[in-house]
Design a protein around this ligand. Structure first.
Ligand code: 7XF
Length: 390
């Protein structure tokens, strides 16, 4: 199984040995009978294999973890009830008071807020290295470096091989949130990154009907995150949700191809419209990191596009957004349905106005999650909305 399309269908899943069921069964159970006291004790001591309690592990969830470990090229993976549960479990599982965490932004506003508030309350210093650069921000206390592979919402990139090399030379663990790219576009571990993180809520599920998160990497790191995140925080994914993600991932490569095609058409159209000042899409030759994107995003440029209106005001953004018919105004992304949002008042309302300004999250910025509808229909919808403010 060398091709991602084949692995997306088969990895981690096998026909059920007792019934032959091809779809992985939903093991809707809290606990697992272990038979004898001796076997129960051995499972709890880690001396025997076997399931015991769904907060620690569940067969449906385990199939999803195996599939994602395969797709990301990782030794191990652990699933969570949300991307946010995955992020906080990484933080709480691997860092200690006195450690420093450096991030290269922009990040999803909720992640930046989580790192800052949760981290700082537990004595972890959080440093924004976006402007000064990574090397300038590393200190002897730096233990972790956090990036998004395509940043939310302005679609910036970081040279992951370089980030990984600099951080590793410094003894810091690197975490790459691969939610916007998915393993179809980019596999961060192959660039030397230590841990890859997902909000599975987005492209992996793909249908806007399940919330989940995942972290993949070495057995040792993932083992620590699992122990804290499931054992102590209790952020485990439910088996029903795992089933939806298993089903969604089977079509991920097909959906991503359609998202990329639609986003490219939308980005080209936006770049030509007089009501638009700037388009952020790594596939456009004018993107400041287009060359890096061509090198790093080997599977395409993704399905997310954001753009800045020529009249960069909330009232004008509202006029455009309120006129859209095919794009639903909502947060989240990666669904088969196209979605549109105003990051400054929604996804990035959790961070300071200063942080928003520094990252280009202006009042006139609109973020599109381009779905799998026909690109011509999406462009027509945007055209009628933008023509009204021109
Ligand atoms: O806890 P969640 O499953 O919602 O995932 C959190 C998360 C983590 N990483 C990235 C790159 C994300 O974009 C998200 C969630 N983003 C949504 C959005 O930007 O629309 C959240 C809606 S408020």
């Amino acid at each position: 199984m060398t091709h991602l399309r084949t692995r997306a269908v088969h990895a981690g899943q096998h026909p059920d040995p007792t019934t032959g069921a091809i779809a992985t069964p939903i093991n809707q159970t809290t606990a697992f009978g272990y038979g004898t006291l001796e076997r129960g004790a051995a499972i709890f001591a880690g001396e025997a294999a076997g399931y015991r309690y769904s907060r620690f592990a569940n067969p449906t969830v385990a199939a999803l973890e195996a599939k994602m470990a395969d797709l990301e090229g990782a030794e191990a993976a652990v699933a969570f009830s949300s991307g946010t549960a995955a992020s906080s479990s990484v933080l709480l599982g691997l860092l200690n008071p006195g450690d420093e965490l450096v991030f290269l932004g922009p990040l999803y506003g909720g992640t930046e807020s989580l790192l800052r508030s949760l981290g700082e309350r537990w004595g972890i210093k959080v440093v924004d290295a976006t402007v000064p650069g990574l090397s300038a921000c590393l200190t002897p206390a730096t233990r972790m470096v956090w990036v998004e592979t395509l940043s939310n919402p302005t679609l910036r990139l970081h040279d992951l091989a370089q980030v990984a090399a600099v951080a590793r030379a410094h003894g810091a663990i690197t975490v790459a949130d691969n939610t916007f790219c998915t393993p179809c576009l980019l596999r961060p571990l192959a660039c030397g990154i230590d841990l890859v993180l997902h909000s599975m809520t987005k492209y992996l599920g793909g249908h806007g009907d399940a919330t989940g998160g995942l972290v993949a990497g070495s057995e040792a790191l993932v083992g620590n995150i699992r122990k804290t995140g499931l054992g102590h925080v209790g952020g485990n994914l439910a088996p029903q949700e795992a089933f939806l993600f298993l089903r969604g991932i089977k079509t991920l490569p097909l959906r991503m191809a359609a998202h990329c095609e639609g986003a490219a058409a939308v980005a080209r159209f936006l770049a030509s419209h007089p009501a638009v000042r700037a388009v952020h899409y790594p596939g456009l030759p004018g993107h400041p990191q287009h060359a890096l994107a061509q090198r790093q995003l080997q599977g395409g440029f993704g399905g997310m596009v954001s753009f800045e209106l020529a009249q960069s005001e909330r009232a004008v953004a509202a006029q455009v957004l309120n006129r859209l018919a095919l794009f639903t105004q909502a947060v989240s992304l990666g669904d088969v349905d196209s979605l549109a949002c105003h990051p400054a008042s929604t996804t990035h309302s959790f961070v300071s106005a200063q942080a928003r300004a520094a990252n280009g999250v202006t009042e006139g910025l609109i973020r599109l999650s381009v779905g799998i509808e026909h690109p011509d229909d999406l462009v027509a919808d945007l055209a009628q909305a933008l023509d009204a403010v021109h």
